[in-house]
Design a protein around this ligand. Structure first.
Ligand code: UDX
Length: 459
């Protein structure tokens, strides 16, 4: 039986909430802290602030077992915890770098709460927020400063970096079945504590009704603080690069008359390349890739290094959004007075997140060019309508398609993949153009249904 820890998780957003619920499920006592009282009240009532499959159930089960609680009181949690995770947001600042304001405030408060506390073991402070390289030392300094403000210079803690790799829409699954767990610290004892904390995950011994891939032990990578911080940026930058790469290949495929789907299959079977993250289309968005690639470029520039490859990865991505507009213009000619349906508004399926969603950029560009834009999304409609008053949001895909001269598949939700294309065609106005921004539909069936189908990198 693995040891059970008292854990505090500061920040009840995406990462904090999922991490807290997962740690409670594997047997720890977890207190999630957030300064937002309304959010804490909402969580206590069992209502989730985000749409994430499986989360509500996971949270309610651990709450009922008495293992998971929510509070606004950080000092109390710091005093009672063996391990405290910092999982607050690090939004993109005006200059592209990560804004560490929230992390800094939490680190100081942890220092303040530690001041004068009698502890049996050092508090392990785990940074889960994505922070620039060197932030572990910065957090450490702020904890000391926070303690000094309370007249206490000598406090007992260790700082660890533990980047997260969970994907929105499958965050619960990813937390339980990670490809690896990465930990960085300068202290052996803190890494040992973390290994013990994660033991049920590493050895895959926790109870689960999910249907995972075979439950093999999870690799546990230990390194220094800076390398752990860099792993997070490098992983996201690589994935973004992979997508921009296939998008560039797709654009060349269009020119030479090749089919990028076959090309992706053909190269993906090379184990050195791998078949995942080779879906071309309107490019990457969301809360992580844009922010992290931008922060990494900013870190490089801080050291007078020109990150040429990463700069291109971003330009290719920006160009993909514009290609949607070109494809519409190619067949509709003028966009003025045309009705365009956007199918899917979230930045990807199974989330209500519209941060850096291509839908917003595309809708803005269309409205500027005089088109009437109607958007449909199974869950992100309201959020998109709040962001873009010019976008008419409807809650039925058929209503969006009705009278539309063109439709764009922006997010490959299951119900959009499964659209009855004949019915879609019957609802639309000529030229019944369908721009498949995710290559999610079958081109031949779309053409049989009378639609003018345009994919990315394929006929
Ligand atoms: C990502 C990372 O995958 C995760 O490890 C990290 O912790 C946070 O950032 P997420 O942003 O939730 O997760 O989504 P992901 O599934 O990685 O997709 C990112 C973007 O790339 C989406 O906009 C998606 O539509 C796009 N994408 C993905 C493609 O355009 N093509 C692909 O082949 C894969």
């Amino acid at each position: 039986m693995a040891e059970s820890f008292s854990v505090g998780v500061v920040g009840s957003g995406y990462v904090g909430l999922v991490t807290g619920a997962c740690l409670a499920h594997i047997g720890h006592r977890v207190a999630c802290v957030d300064k937002n009282e309304a959010l804490v009240d909402q969580l206590r009532e069992g209502r989730m602030p985000i749409y994430e499959p499986g989360l509500e159930d996971l949270v309610s089960r651990s709450v009922n077992r008495g293992r998971l609680s929510f509070t606004t009181s950080l000092p109390e949690v710091v005093r009672d915890s063996d391990v405290v995770f910092i999982a607050v947001d690090t939004p993109q600042g005006d200059d592209g770098s990560a804004d560490l304001g929230s992390v800094a405030a939490v680190a100081r408060s942890i220092g303040g709460a530690l001041a004068g506390a009698q502890r049996k073991h050092p508090l392990v402070v785990v940074n889960k927020s994505t922070v620039p390289v060197g932030s572990g030392d910065y957090v450490s300094m702020l904890i000391r400063e926070g303690a000094a403000e309370n007249d206490e210079g000598d406090v007992d803690y260790r700082v660890v970096s533990n980047p997260e790799f969970l994907r929105e829409g499958s965050a619960v699954y990813d937390s339980f079945f990670p490809d690896r767990i990465v930990l960085g610290s300068e202290g052996r004892d803190a890494l040992d504590t973390m290994r013990e904390l994660y033991k049920p995950l590493i050895e895959q011994t926790f109870p689960t009704e999910m249907d995972p891939r075979p439950r093999a032990a999870v690799p546990f990578v230990t390194t220094d603080l800076a390398s752990a911080e860099m792993i997070k940026y490098a992983a996201n930058a690589f994935l973004a690069t992979k997508i921009s790469f296939i998008n560039e290949i797709a654009n060349v495929c269009e020119l030479v008359g090749a089919d990028v789907s076959s090309v992706a299959t053909g190269i993906g079977l090379d184990a050195r390349i791998g078949s995942r993250f080779l879906n071309p289309g309107i490019g990457w968005g969301g809360s992580c890739f844009p922010k992290d690639v931008s922060a990494l470029r900013s870190i490089a520039r801080e050291y007078d290094y020109e990150p040429t490859l990463l700069d291109s990865v971003v330009s290719v991505n920006e160009r993909q959004r514009r290609r949607v507009i070109s494809k519409l213009q190619h067949d509709l000619h003028t966009l003025k007075g045309k009705r365009v349906a956007l199918l899917g508004l979230a930045f990807k399926p199974n989330t209500d997140d519209i941060r850096e969603a291509p839908s917003l950029e595309i809708a803005r560009a269309l409205v500027t060019r005089g088109a009437r834009v109607v958007g449909y999304d199974p869950v992100a409609g309201k959020a998109a309508a709040r962001r873009l008053p010019d976008l008419k949001v409807v809650f039925d895909p058929h209503e969006a398609l009705s009278g539309a001269h063109a439709a764009v598949v922006v997010t490959e939700w299951e119900d959009i993949r499964g659209l009855d294309l004949k019915e879609a065609s019957s609802l639309m106005e000529p030229p019944k153009l369908l721009v498949d921004g995710r290559n999610a539909l079958d081109a031949a069936s779309a053409r049989d249904a009378g639609l003018l189908y345009r994919g990315f990198g394929r006929e």
